[in-house]
Design a protein around this ligand. Structure first.
Ligand code: FES
Length: 203
């Protein structure tokens, strides 16, 4: 077992537990967005960042394991600022017309932004082009590229649970986006329209 303190509260958890799991065991909720236990632990969104005594940089709590004697802080001004900045960066690449969105009221990004008090965005809007957003409207599954936050949950759930590998990353650098794998259109992929990607999409 590993002993540590989270926000001053002593916690004992099994070796190999993440900071996020240790906090949950102590009744402390750390906001998170891209994380899906044992499916997506890639630290993409950095919403779950925490401060650890002796560490220069903030670290992600969803994919860093506990160490003996660790002193973790989940809600310092530095952590709150980093969380708000990360949320604003994600929102700058997300179509924020929430009132017109089918996921309005059922969106983790919307909820986290509300909880963190993100009411304005200092970053310029950077949405994908119309061409990148093209989609076969006749296919029973509809994907809106302008809403995608690139958390990779859909890719991982389709690969690791359904074994269909329908999704993958496309393009490089700042233009990287999630799209149908192997440069196919959705009607050419082996999509069974199971809906797992939709169910696990946070937005
Ligand atoms: Fe930890 Fe996204 S939830 S980095």
């Amino acid at each position: 077992m590993v002993n540590l303190h989270i926000n001053g509260t002593p916690v004992t958890v099994p070796e190999g537990a993440t900071i996020l799991e240790a906090a949950a065991a102590a009744g402390i909720q750390i906001p998170h967005l891209c994380y899906l236990k044992e499916i997506n632990e890639i630290g993409a969104c950095r919403i779950c960042c925490v401060q650890v005594e002796g560490e220069k940089n903030l670290i992600t709590s969803c994919n860093n394991v506990v160490r003996e004697g660790m002193q973790v802080y989940t809600n310092t001004p530095r952590v709150r600022l980093a969380r708000r900045t990360n949320l604003a960066l994600i929102l700058s690449q997300h179509n924020c017309k929430c009132a017109l969105c089918v996921r309005n009221g059922n969106c983790q990004l919307q909820q986290l932004a509300n909880d963190a008090g993100v009411l304005e965005n200092p970053f310029p809007e950077d949405l994908p082009s119309e061409k990148q957003c093209q989609w076969d409207q006749h296919f029973p599954l509809y994907r809106d590229t302008a809403k995608c936050i690139k958390c990779m949950r859909c890719i991982q759930i389709c690969d690791k649970v359904q074994g269909l590998n329908v999704w993958d990353l496309a393009a490089t650098g700042g233009r990287t986006r999630v799209d149908v794998s192997h440069n196919r259109v959705i009607s050419e992929a082996d999509c069974s329209a199971c809906g797992q990607c939709i169910t696990h999409c946070p937005v």
